[in-house]
Design a protein around this ligand. Structure first.
Ligand SMILES: [Zn+2]
Length: 290
């Protein structure tokens, strides 16, 4: 079964789950992983795809009215480019490109961590379509993780729009996401959005379930700087006592390269005079295997 078919089936199942509300455990939040994507302003659709062009819908997204378009573009930074980046519709007021930190390193760009829509002073990027290209001075961001929810969900969780919470995801590799922003809207369906780097860090796949924890429940934060300062220097590397040397000839260079104090050689191994001198200088012993 190919990846596209799997995604389609998963999408359909998730869609069905959404239609008939399933009973999730208390404080459970379904997690959706957002791959890199582009939102376009109308003029940019025309530059990239031709005059009068309009995006066509490929599949619906979980949030009402949002869709993945059939169209893709290439995005290019100073270091490299990424092909077939999905466009999400409908069109928006300002073009916005959302990538992961890994993508950013590959492209050679430094986008800030931002909430979707907040692109003032963000990073530049070039978009290349079949009919033309657009360079934007700002609009490239790494998306801040967030949870979409309806007012009824917010009431149930005891949170308000704009508040930050922690979400714990206990999978094979347990992880907790701090500073996850709550976004409340009548039209939203309960869902946490993270990017592929965040998902990969916690082995999280589409539709995994997280647990919403209020920030007060979370432990006190320790600034990263302080952690670095108080971290003990690692213990010196323990050097094994002896090394079995198996080659035919032991040279002075070999002696210098070997970190062990005792070098055990085979009966027939030739030990050069310089090797013996070097060993003596470095306080090492050369012994012959019996
Ligand atoms: Zn979202």
């Amino acid at each position: 079964m190919n990846q596209q078919l799997i995604e389609q089936i998963v999408g359909e199942i998730l869609g069905q789950l959404g239609q008939s509300p399933v009973q999730l455990p208390e404080r459970a939040v379904p997690i959706a992983v957002s791959a890199r994507h582009v939102h376009l302003q109308p003029e940019h659709v025309e530059i990239l795809f031709g005059a009068g062009y309009e995006l066509t819908q490929r599949s619906e997204l979980s949030q009402p009215g949002q869709f993945a378009a059939n169209e893709t573009v290439m995005i290019a930074g100073p270091k490299s480019s990424i092909e077939r980046v999905r466009i999400l519709g409908p069109v928006r007021k300002a073009t916005q490109v959302e990538v992961s930190f890994t993508d950013a390193m590959k492209l050679g760009v430094k986008p800030p961590l931002r909430e979707s829509g907040n692109i003032e002073g963000s990073a530049p990027i070039t978009l290349i379509g079949p009919k033309g290209s657009v360079h934007i001075d700002q609009g490239l961001i790494i998306a801040q993780s967030h949870i979409h929810m309806a007012p009824s969900d917010a009431a149930r969780f005891g949170v308000v729009d704009g508040e930050y919470v922690t979400v714990e995801a206990d999978g094979v590799r347990s992880i907790s996401f701090r500073h996850v922003r709550i976004r409340v809207n009548e039209r939203y369906r309960l869902e946490m959005h993270i990017d592929t780097d965040e998902a990969n860090a916690g082995f999280i796949t589409q539709g995994s379930i997280g647990r919403l924890v209020k920030p007060n429940d979370a432990k006190e934060t320790i600034p990263m700087q302080a952690v670095t300062k108080t971290t003990k220097t690692p213990d010196p590397v323990r050097i094994p006592e002896s090394l079995e040397f198996t080659k035919k000839l032991l040279s002075a260079e070999d002696v210098a390269d070997i970190s062990e104090k005792e070098i055990v050689v085979n009966k027939g191994t030739i030990v050069t005079a310089l090797a013996r001198d070097t060993a003596r200088e470095l306080g090492k012993t050369i012994t012959s295997r019996k």
